[in-house]
Design a binder for this molecule. Structure first.
Ligand code: SAH
Length: 224
């Protein structure tokens, strides 16, 4: 339960959230109403460190510890929109980080899975998402570039770290018609790709430049 002071705080954050959806997402032409609704609902300020709460709804990424970042709201929204979720899907995320993207996915799909390389981030996110009441989420610690074969196939896979190339295991773990959304490119600059698995092959589309922390693993970058 919230105290009176916390209640006022929460209302303030809700207002900031509405403004964020309008000025950062709708104004930039994001149209999937379910995604916009999820972005209006999930309390992003609960996923950032205490000292940066006041910036939680600003138009940029934020540090979350361990040298990692929570993506800019617009990037979360556009990647989610590209998955075209309708509610019945099984989805895999690589790079749990703060757990924010995962909460958005949990609002929009039936079952969501996430792999995080760094144990402390995985543990913190698991606890946070439980506290917020999410029950359709499973997180494991490990190298997500090999996917999660025991839970495959997935209707959607989203990678929230920058890859040097598309990890083959992720394409293999897509269901027919499944979509993989992933930033691919150099260590400091990538391009957003969507790979759709169709009729025994794949179709690739590009959605512009982006900047993510490196995807480190067997089918990613070498540990630095
Ligand atoms: N989606 C997150 C942002 C993630 S930042 C959010 O909403 O907050 C990228 C994350 O990918 C980091 O936490 C990093 O540790 C993780 N990561 C990097 N390489 C990985 C790998 N091979 N497998 C799993 N996670 C990885």
């Amino acid at each position: 339960m919230f105290s009176q002071k916390e209640k006022i705080q929460e209302e303030k954050f809700e207002l900031l959230r509405r403004e964020m959806v309008q000025s950062q997402l709708e104004r930039r032409n994001l149209k999937d109403q379910r995604v916009l609704e999820a972005m209006r609902k999930v309390p992003r300020h609960r996923f950032v460190p205490e000292q940066s709460r006041s910036e939680a709804y600003d138009d940029h990424p934020l540090p979350i510890g361990e040298g990692q970042t929570i993506s800019q709201p617009y990037m979360v929204a556009i990647m989610t929109e590209l998955l075209e979720l309708r509610g019945g899907e099984k989805v895999l995320e690589i790079g749990t980080g703060s757990g924010y993207q995962l909460a958005i996915l949990a609002e929009l799909a039936r079952e969501v899975f996430s792999v995080e390389r760094l144990g402390p981030l995985a543990d913190r996110s698991r606890a946070r998402l439980r506290e917020l009441g999410y029950r359709n989420i499973e997180i494991r610690t490990g190298d997500g570039t090999i996917g999660w074969p025991e839970r495959a196939p997935f209707d959607g896979i989203i990678v929230t770290a920058g890859a040097p190339k598309i990890p083959l295991p992720l394409v293999e773990q897509l269901s027919e018609g499944g979509r993989l959304v992933i930033p691919v490119g150099e260590e400091r600059r990538q391009e957003l790709y969507r790979v759709v698995k169709e009729g025994g092959g794949t179709r690739k589309e590009y959605f512009g430049g982006c900047v993510f922390v490196p995807l480190v693993g067997e089918h990613g970058w070498d540990v630095g």
